[in-house]
Design a protein around this ligand. Sequence first.
Ligand code: B12
Ligand code: SF4
Length: 457
Amino acid sequence: MRLYLINPSNPLVSIINVKQSRWNRYRVWKPLSLMLLAGLTPPEWEIAILDENLGVPDYAAMPRPDLVGITAFTSQANRAYEVAAHFRSLGVPVVMGGIHATMCLEEAMERVDSVLTGEAEGVWSQVLKDVRHGGLKRRYDGGLAVISDVPTARHDLLSSGYACGAIQTTRGCPLNCSFCSVTAFNGARYRQRPIADVVREFRLIPEKHVLVVDDNLIGTRPEHIARAKDLFRAMAQANLRKHWVAQAGINFADDEELLALAAKAGCGGVFIGFESPTPEGLLELGKKFNLLKDRNFPASVRRIQRHGILVAGSFIIGLDIDEPGIGKRIAEAADRYGVDSLNALFLTPLPGTRLWKQMKSEDRIALDTFPDDWKYYTLTYPVARYKNFSLEGIIEELITCDRDFYATSRILRRVWSSLWQRRKPLINLVGNLSYRNNLRLNLKAFADFKSSVGLGS
Ligand code: B12
Ligand code: SF4
């Protein structure tokens, strides 16, 4: 029995042809869900994981599979349906799973043979049995898996073409930000994998650099932090020799022992969602957590960096309280906080989130020709009706934000300070130049976007 597991591309994101430049290997990330699904699949199935981000395969020239499994974030949904249509026209059954199919069940059910909502661990073997017996059901619901049932992903199946491996050590997030799909998918349940499983799996990752895909690496409560410390201790003890980056809350900065252990375990960088430069903005987004303990952001960032860990800061633009000039204000805040890089994104109503429900009820979803418009739900295009901005106006704010933060004088200051603090100056320089280079690509992408949504160029 032959199984194809497919990660569809979004041409607006996958502007990169990996084969054109070695550096592009650093800009594609492994689809861990498919590697994990492969880990759940019994050996009688011959599996190929096909990641369209490495180039779209010539499906017609490939042997006919017995089953196709497709994953998709919302931004990949319409390409997922195109791929599904191709295989269904050959009579091959197609199962879809992942965040988009879970949040937009009816839409997906109209376009594939079967949808698996929630997590696959508890039901995937049943799906495969049903396929063998010709009795595939229209819907399976995996709910939330028992965390110790998460198998080791098949790292051997996708070993070339990428600079970084991927692993997951926790699922979910204890917080509940209005714009985020994670709590919509997981409930507010935060689950931590057994430490021995994580260490064993780390050893199987062929790459030296690893993305830890957790939404919130350390959690919020004392017991979460204690377990994170135990994990880092075990990783350091196992002498894994991996360099990894992860996402964490700003509370990562609050515990010197945690930081020292993370650095010892190989942590080289952390993505932190600052979201808004004002307390009102944080309240609007449901991220009060960042305001606790009279937080001093520059001091927190500095504490993390002192352990040789780079900080990438993320902000959201287009809140109801944001006013013209917000782009400049975000760039100034990020500079003041001292982050090594800035990722500013448009407020985007993703299906299933509180923000989606609110904007839908207020008729504020601007790009709503679905599934086609899902391709713009990358957080890098404005897709809603923003309170104080036109679509053109908000694009200008984002361009100003990026131009200000990545101005040559600011890049040089950041690189100088990382050199002075012996904190990966080369990575800092390359990272900043790469973001700056993207600014040109973004201008082209915005011009194309404006003409396709009828705003002129
Ligand atoms: C790693 C990651 C990335 C990586 C992608 C790596 C990759 N190629 O997969 C990078 C950094 C590139 C990325 C980019 C983006 N991401 Co992202 N990302 C994640 C993150 C943190 C982890 C994904 C992961 O590996 N999870 C681990 C796996 C095991 O979990 P899983 O995917 O849910 O899979 C389980 C089930 O869903 C199910 N399943 C999944 N697929 C399938 C398929 C079949 C056939 C079956 C049966 C079952 C099944 O079984 C699995 C095991 O139980 C998630 C958050 C999250 N918790 O998922 C956000 C997340 C998926 N990303 C999100 C977003 C918004 C984006 C971006 C659009 C914007 C951005 N700038 O971040 C871009 C778009 C990329 C694109 N190509 O269009 C949102 C998506 C929401 C949505 N409705 O789509 C999430 C949920 C984060 C959030 N805060 O809301 N992302
Ligand atoms: S802290 Fe991050 S992962 Fe958690 S709910 Fe907020 S945005 Fe989502």
